[in-house]
Design a protein around this ligand. Structure first.
Ligand code: ZN
Ligand code: ZN
Length: 163
């Protein structure tokens, strides 16, 4: 994996240095509101594997916007300081160790199809999930992690969770 992405104005550019652990397609109402669309597509990866590119990116880091979340724990959304496009979030659970990268900000988002559909209970009815795709009415349980992420992905996730 050597996938690059960025915001719309080009001020924030990034590179994923590893394959995402898992790609979530989240159909919850919160993601619908925040995207203004029907679902969010999040590539979950170690924050350490997200490299900021460009000239002196430390002078123009993505701007952290603390946003309420369905869990009540909140999410930190990182946005371009100029055009405000959202690039990734940190959620509860793995916290800042894990970046939920918005797959649509990749230069080639086609490379990140979802591994699993979640919160399908609130899926908009016109969205048709492909037959055979992994799907859960809400979030999946810890027991599903190895099945969904594979052994390698599950091990990477455990490191992020600190256990
Ligand atoms: Zn921008
Ligand atoms: Zn969601």
């Amino acid at each position: 994996m050597n996938a690059e992405g960025g915001c719309t104005c080009g001020q924030v550019r990034y590179r994923l240095k590893a394959q995402p652990i898992v790609v979530h397609c989240c159909h919850c109402r919160w993601c619908q509101r925040e995207t203004g669309a029907s679902f969010a597509l999040n590539a979950v990866i170690e924050t350490a594997e997200v490299e900021l590119l460009g000239q002196a990116p430390e002078r123009h880091p993505p701007e952290r916007i603390d946003t309420p979340s369905a869990s009540g724990k909140g999410q930190a959304v990182f946005r371009c300081p100029s055009c405000k496009v959202a690039l990734w979030s940190h959620y509860g659970g793995a916290g800042e160790n894990a970046a939920f990268v918005r797959a649509g900000t990749l230069d080639n988002p086609d490379a990140c199809p979802p591994n699993v559909h979640i919160f399908t209970d609130s899926k908009q009815p016109w969205v048709v999930i492909p037959e055979g795709a992994e799907q859960f009415p809400a979030f999946y349980s810890g027991r599903d992690v190895v099945h969904l992420y594979g052994e390698d992905g599950a091990a990477r996730w455990r490191v992020l969770r600190g256990r």
